[in-house]
Design a protein around this ligand. Structure first.
Ligand code: PLP
Length: 385
């Protein structure tokens, strides 16, 4: 919900733009910090969700580490104040150059996704005369009950190392003098709102950890990734996810060994609700059975609806008139460039401002220049209000 003062300010800014409510982000970070510290949990911010430097700096100021999936994310994290010893690095396709960047920087841990990757890291670490700290990313075969494009922890996915490969992993580690195994890593998917899924993950991790312990392999930490979902339907009613319940699941069901650390990689749950994409209506056009509200923002600014049929709440913040129904679409030459079908909005006309809510995660971060579009600006509440 935007105050009338904020809406007045929006009228002077050229659209489309990403708006960030920095107060909400601070409140979210304070809650995560206080809930996680009850258990001594370590939080890495998943940079892929939003790599905007101002957002990243604020998150870093709360003491978070970074979870990166590319060499450039590692560089951005260092530039925005994250210390190397709090950076974890995942990804199924780490290039030689990226691995070298990570080794030279001395990151906390590589989350390794295959045996050939472990072999390459060992080889490159040997060249630099270093020892790489790694966790093995394990595919626990737990279904996250979320959209299939953001499910990552079942055996058919490309992510992680499957159970039948564990013996070979141990053999590889035995032959890798420049690798130190320090963790077991898991990440089963994103936008998970059913907390029982995380309970299932904990129980599976307990079994897997036992398997390793029976073979005298112990690790300093477990990393359970991210994936905690947000309420896209009610961004005003539930602006901050229930982190108390989320962390308590792990406290209750995960069997940590004495002094073993628990790490998280939170992305969406940190930043989704603080962002909105603000766009202007270019035209209202009559279709056969519908009216199209054609915006100046499209899939180039927010890809999620086109990519995963994702729902985002859409509000007309310029009109209070009687409702009508619109297909809200962007200007891009693709039929999938549609933010919502049959959306009920107050009567909408050219130049009205529309807010597409909950776009702080995987919005700006997925922006593209397709159709040679300009990259939209970012606007921060603490700079305009
Ligand atoms: N960790 C890994 C390995 C991921 O792939 C992702 C997202 O894809 C995350 C953490 C962050 O997930 P989320 O934004 O759902 O918290």
């Amino acid at each position: 919900m935007f105050s009338s003062k904020t809406i007045e300010q929006f009228k002077n800014i050229s659209t489309p733009f990403y708006f960030y409510d920095m107060e909400l982000l601070k409140d979210t970070l304070e809650l995560i910090q206080s809930e996680a510290s009850k258990y001594g949990y370590h939080i890495h911010y998943a940079v892929k969700a939003n790599a905007n430097p101002k957002i990243m700096r604020l998150i870093q100021s709360y003491g978070f580490g970074a979870d990166c999936v590319s060499g450039n994310e590692i560089k951005r994290s260092l530039e925005t104040g994250y210390s190397a010893d709090k950076i974890v690095y995942a990804g199924v396709g780490k290039s030689d150059k990226e691995i070298l960047t990570a080794l030279e920087t001395g990151i906390f841990c590589f989350n390794c996704e295959s045996i050939p990757e472990i072999e390459l890291i060992n080889e490159l670490a040997e060249q630099l005369n270093k020892k790489a700290r790694i966790a093995i990313r394990i595919n626990p075969n737990v279904n996250a009950n979320t959209h299939h494009y953001i499910t990552t922890g079942i055996e058919e996915n490309k992510f992680g190392i499957n159970r039948w490969e564990f013996d070979s992993v141990i053999e590889t580690l035995d032959n890798s003098n420049h690798i130190e195994l320090i963790g077991l890593h898991f990440h089963i998917g994103s936008q998970i709102t059913d907390l029982s899924v995380f309970k299932g993950l904990c129980l599976r991790i307990n079994e897997i950890q036992e398997w390793f312990n029976e073979r005298k392999i112990f690790t300093d930490h477990i990393n359970v990734g991210g994936g905690f979902g947000v309420d896209y339907n009610h961004p005003d009613k539930n602006p901050i996810p229930n982190f108390a319940s989320f962390f308590s699941i792990f406290d209750e069901f995960l069997n940590l060994k004495p002094n073993q650390e628990l790490h998280f990689e939170l992305g969406r749950s940190v930043v989704a609700q603080c962002g909105s994409l603000i766009s202007r209506v270019l035209y209202v056009k009559n279709g056969i059975n519908t009216k199209f509200a054609i915006l100046d923002a499209g899939m180039t600014e927010l890809l999620r609806p086109a990519l995963y049929q994702a729902y985002h709440k859409i509000e007309n913040i310029s009109s209070n008139e009687k409702s009508d129904t619109y297909d809200v679409v962007g200007p891009i030459c693709e039929s999938s460039d549609c933010f919502g079908k049959a959306v009920s909005l107050p009567a909408t006309k050219r130049n009205d401002l529309l807010a597409i809510r909950s776009t702080g995660a995987y919005g700006e971060a997925m922006a593209s220049k397709y159709n040679l579009r300009d990259i939209a600006e970012s606007v921060f509440s603490n700079e305009i209000l």
